[in-house]
Design a protein around this ligand. Structure first.
Ligand SMILES: Cc1ncc(COP(=O)(O)O)c(C=O)c1O
Length: 376
């Protein structure tokens, strides 16, 4: 990795790693993982966790609490459902991850209705509103940015539709949106905003990071059986002591402390703007090179571009050639595996690196296609 970064400023047009999570991680963050071990009941730990607790709400845009859990993000999907919900759940689904959250509701024995939307199309607030008019739900689950299809939905409008038309809790998967594009936890009325360390926060995987509203906590406190490991009531009680109920991943917390300083120094709005610029670079390049976006126009994600290669170019073959050139691109996800590629432009990657990747894709695709078809 030594020639892929500048040790002071992060990436410099040299990053070749575009997996849509785990993402490229700055060397300073890798270095921070090597901090000394300590007891998670020590003052040193409480100092570390206290610093993190002060910084995280600025990234989540909330005045409320933001917690961490030694788990991947999926663990918090389960945490909010087992801790807060007894009644029916409305699961909005427009891709692989949102579909899985709905499946989780069913497996937990919760009555779960799925609002199914075609892959590549965003979830629309109007459709959510119609579902809420038919039935009273305890919670609505929604994935802000469907990583499987590179499709972003208008989470602000969806949350408003839920808040204006029901008492349902709004649980938002912001796994590939938070710290990469605008997420306003308080202003949008999100009862939980959930992410994982390995996405736009640009840390190694293993840590879930999430906000919980007072409304959601009130629901949890009323629920009798909440399990143990994922119980939000326990998590909140320990957070008040600057601790976690079970052993935290201390190494990742060291890294998070350092990375939050970096994110706040960049400025959260500047970080969103850099992600917009990375999407724009792909949008300007793709049609010229014969690549098509999979998502509907206007719903392209600022953190991950799902693209269909030029006619005659096999997506899997294309990525194989890219890997041979020492790029790490993202493959298509789920049922799109054979037909699409994904460029994860999230975290600390820069526009120049994205443009270099696009140029490489264009050259490699041209070598795989008959000349007449490229750009057609
Ligand atoms: C939108 C979204 N939600 C949830 C997940 C699952 O996250 P994890 O693997 O951290 O549990 C992913 C992983 O890629 C994702 O992209």
């Amino acid at each position: 990795m030594s020639d892929n970064f500048d040790s002071t400023t992060g990436s410099t047009g040299q990053v070749r790693f575009f997996n849509p999570g785990p993402v490229w991680v700055r060397p300073q963050v890798i270095q921070a993982l090597t901090g000394p071990m300590m007891s998670h009941r020590s003052q040193a730990f409480m100092d570390l966790y206290g610093r993190i607790q002060e910084k995280l709400p600025k990234v989540f845009r909330t005045k409320g609490a933001v917690h961490t859990l030694a788990s991947s993000a999926t663990g918090v999907w389960e945490s909010v459902l087992v801790s807060c919900v007894e009644g029916p759940v409305l699961a909005c689904s427009n891709g692989s991850f949102s579909d899985k959250w709905g499946e989780m509701g069913k497996r937990l024995g919760l009555e779960t209705d799925v609002l199914k939307v075609e892959w590549g199309k965003p979830i629309l607030a109007d459709d959510v509103r119609k579902k809420l008019a038919e039935k009273k739900y305890a919670a609505v689950t929604v994935v802000h940015n469907e990583t499987s299809t590179g499709t972003i939905s208008d989470l602000a409008a969806i949350a408003k539709a839920v808040r204006d038309n029901s008492d349902a809790l709004v649980f938002a998967d912001c796994v590939t949106s938070l710290a990469g594009t605008r997420v306003e936890t308080d202003a949008w009325g999100l009862d939980a905003a959930i992410t994982g360390s390995q996405k736009a926060l640009a840390l190694p995987p293993g840590l879930a990071v999430f906000s919980v509203s007072e409304r959601a906590m009130a629901a949890a406190k009323k629920k009798k059986f909440r399990g143990l490991y994922l119980d939000l009531v326990d998590i909140e009680a320990f957070a008040l002591k600057k601790q976690t109920p079970t052993t935290p991943c201390i190494s990742l917390l060291y890294a998070l402390d350092v990375q939050l300083d970096h994110i706040l120094a960049e400025g959260i709005e500047n970080r969103w703007a850099r992600h917009d610029a990375m999407l724009k670079a792909v949008e300007e390049w793709a049609p010229k090179a014969g690549f098509r976006f999979f998502p509907e126009k206007g719903a392209q994600s600022p953190t991950v571009s799902a693209l269909i290669p030029p006619e005659g170019v096999n997506a899997e073959e294309l990525n194989k050639k890219m890997k041979a050139e020492k790029w790490t691109p993202g493959s298509g996800y789920g049922k799109l595996k054979a037909t699409s590629i994904r460029i994860g432009h999230m975290g600390d990657v820069d526009v120049a690196s994205v443009k270099a990747l696009c140029a490489a894709y264009e050259r490699v695709a041209a070598g795989l296609s008959s000349p007449a078809k490229v750009g057609a």
